[in-house]
Design a protein around this ligand. Structure first.
Ligand code: ADP
Length: 197
């Protein structure tokens, strides 16, 4: 499908973009069960980044499914395509110099690995929002677990669709043991110390 397509070199280099922005680009890839706190913590992290004058953008699950990926459902094939497209968009935003935060369940290890390769390992930060299923189900902020348990929703991650937890996440956050503010602070500290943001 994509023969005869040539990648154009750009006149503005990565280094120039980084100098203009005042920081390097990163993709903070949040992964975890529904209700684990990806969206909440990513928002809290983005708030802190804004206060540090970091140029960022948050791509959130539901918002992307309303637009870019509104033609996709929740079958395995569609979930893979969902993540692939988000990976491509994140990569373009990182190319533009932003710190991109993404908040998608992204349940399959192979998909997250694909995005890591696409974005480049040096720019990709996998953030595991590690919350036990029982806690997510208790929180049930959107009432989805209830629907999954009664069978109203099929292929729900953690219930009747697999979640493959990261084996070596770049940042590991256990939300059952720390409040939202503390989780966000730990992530920003790790970005400064380990990723030289
Ligand atoms: P996800 O994006 O992973 O589906 P959400 O961020 O939408 O999850 O929902 C997580 C819910 O859990 C929110 O209602 C949030 O207020 C609540 N919550 C309670 N404690 C925490 C915590 N320590 N970290 C993150 N969220 C928490």
């Amino acid at each position: 499908m994509s023969s005869n397509i040539v990648w154009h070199d750009q006149s503005v280099s990565h280094e120039e973009r980084q100098k203009i922005k005042g920081h390097k680009p990163l993709v903070l890839w949040f992964t975890g069960l529904s209700g684990s706190g990806k969206s909440t913590i990513a928002n809290a992290v983005e708030r802190k980044l804004a206060e540090l004058s970091v140029h960022s953008y948050l791509l959130d699950g539901d918002n992307v499914r309303h637009g870019l990926n509104k033609d996709l459902g929740f079958s395995d094939t569609d979930r893979i395509e969902n993540i692939r497209r988000i990976g491509e968009v994140s990569n373009l935003m990182a190319e533009a110099g932003l710190v991109v935060l993404t908040a998608f369940i992204s349940p399959f290890r192979s998909d997250r690995q694909l995005v890591r390769e696409l974005v480049g390992a040096e720019r990709f930060v996998e953030v595991f929002i590690d919350t036990p299923l029982e806690v997510c189900e208790q929180r049930d902020p959107k009432g989805l677990y209830k629907k999954a348990r009664t069978g109203e929703i099929k292929h729900f991650t953690g219930i009747d669709s697999a979640y493959e937890a990261p084996q070596q996440p770049d940042i590991h956050v256990q939300t059952a043991e720390a409040d939202i503010e503390t989780c966000a602070e730990r992530i920003v500290e790790a970005l400064k110390s380990s990723f030289k943001l």
